[in-house]
Ligand binder design. Structure first.
Ligand code: PLP
Length: 403
């Protein structure tokens, strides 16, 4: 076996240098543990950015993928396939409020579908002026040009102009700001019910209900980006359940394939025909292999009662993180369920703190620049939460300061 160092040297020679990965090379995972090429183990509270919902190496998921790979992997959208149909049925039914699904391969793609459907919907109704999309500051919707244009974080726009026209960005959580911009030209309002990358910021019930009312009243669609919050990440199956708000369209990705790349746009029945044949498509989306993975994830959610589990361990994680706020290095602990953030004090170096946790074999990720994100697999246990908190406390007690 080559060493971490050898492999990283090779990576540096051949991979495009657009990332800053941790200085080791992962080769294996089991439950909430990851192992690098030298055999060192890590407690995984990053979960591949809130993706690995059922844990690493789940036997049922691995078996479903292997069996489907041997049976039928790809058909394209020229043909129906049994697994794609079954997944559309199961996932919409599971939400209780959506009846239509468009399957794709990533979060950005699911958001592109929402943006395109929104404009096309108004266009087909003869309302050709309704082309504008309103989104929020500190939002994150993905890296493709449409999704990037509605992402309210200027750092991601640097050197990428010109972006998509017809976008307005307003502060998140500010209903009055929204009232000022939503009008006759608004095709849709797009929000994350809980902002993830922006720093784990929970949208209040008043705000999200207010948006629903405003959009209905002014004829704009309401779009929820639940790419990060779906599949019990915040407790309930979808984060929208915290407030009861039903958006017109909703994007899912991250957790739905348990690590297999997959996205979905869900819609209420009124939008069943809003994208006429030929208006939008994907070659790989909804392929039987990805669908089989997602079906196995839904089976595991049922069998292991993961929504209920997420609510219980999620509130436990919240309590335990709350206990860290006595430390000088911590400003605040916030979030919902198993999507939690610890905001660091102004003098603490976030990147160095992340590295210090890593050195103690706890993997976390950063959100919003100065927030340590805790997003373990949904299958995480209380004992593992205790272990993570103990490491986090030790790291934060002597948190590295900014230079
Ligand atoms: C990760 C994320 C995306 C982008 O998903 P990709 O699969 O990376 O394209 C979009 N929206 C939210 C809220 C996300 O967290």
């Amino acid at each position: 076996m080559p060493s971490n160092h050898e492999l990283i040297e090779r990576a540096k020679r051949v991979q495009l240098q657009n990332y800053r990965p941790a200085p080791f090379v992962l080769t294996r995972g089991e439950g909430r543990r990851l192992f690098d090429v030298e055999g060192k183990s890590y407690l995984d509270f990053a979960a591949g950015i809130a993706v690995v919902s059922v844990g690493h190496g789940h036997p049922r998921l691995a078996k479903a993928i292997a069996e489907q790979a041997a049976r039928l992997m790809h058909t394209s959208n020229l043909f129906y396939n049994d697994r794609g149909i079954e997944l559309a049925e199961r996932v919409t039914k599971r939400t209780g409020v959506f009846s239509r699904a468009f399957l794709c391969n990533s979060g950005a793609e699911a958001n592109e579908a929402m943006l395109k459907l929104s404009r096309r919907y108004h266009f087909d109704r003869g309302d050709k002026e309704r082309v504008e999309i309103i989104a929020c500051e500190k939002s994150f919707h993905g890296r493709t040009y449409g999704a990037l244009s509605v992402t309210g974080q200027p750092k991601y726009h640097e050197g990428m102009a010109p972006l998509l026209p017809g976008i307005h960005i307003v502060p998140f959580g500010d209903l009055d700001a929204m009232r000022k911009v939503v009008g006759k030209r608004t095709a849709a309002v797009l929000v994350e019910p809980v902002q993830g990358e922006g720093g784990i910021v929970v949208g209040s019930a008043d705000y999200l209900r207010g948006l629903r009312e405003l959009c209905t009243e002014r004829g704009a669609l309401l779009l929820f980006d639940e790419v990060q919050t779906c599949y019990a990440r915040t407790g309930p199956f979808l984060a929208r359940e915290h407030t009861g708000v039903i958006p017109d369209l909703c994007s899912l990705a991250k957790g739905i394939g348990g690590g297999f790349p997959l996205g979905a746009m869900l819609a209420t029945e009124a939008f069943a025909n809003a994208l006429p044949p030929g208006s939008h498509a994907t070659t790989f989306g909804g392929n039987p292999l990805a669908a089989a993975a997602a079906l196995a994830v839904l089976d595991i959610f049922d069998e292991e009662n993961l929504v209920e589990h997420a609510k219980q361990v999620g509130s436990y994680l919240g309590d335990r993180l709350g206990s860290l706020t006595d430390l000088a290095a911590v400003n605040e602990a916030r979030g919902l369920g198993l999507l939690r953030g610890v905001e660091l004090a102004a003098d603490v170096d976030p990147t160095a703190t992340l590295a210090a946790a890593r050195d103690r074999a706890l993997l976390l990720s950063l959100a919003g620049g100065n927030v340590l994100r805790f997003s373990p697999p949904i299958t995480v246990t209380r004992a593992e939460i205790d272990e993570a908190i103990e490491i986090a406390r030790r790291v934060l007690e002597s948190a590295p300061k900014k230079a």
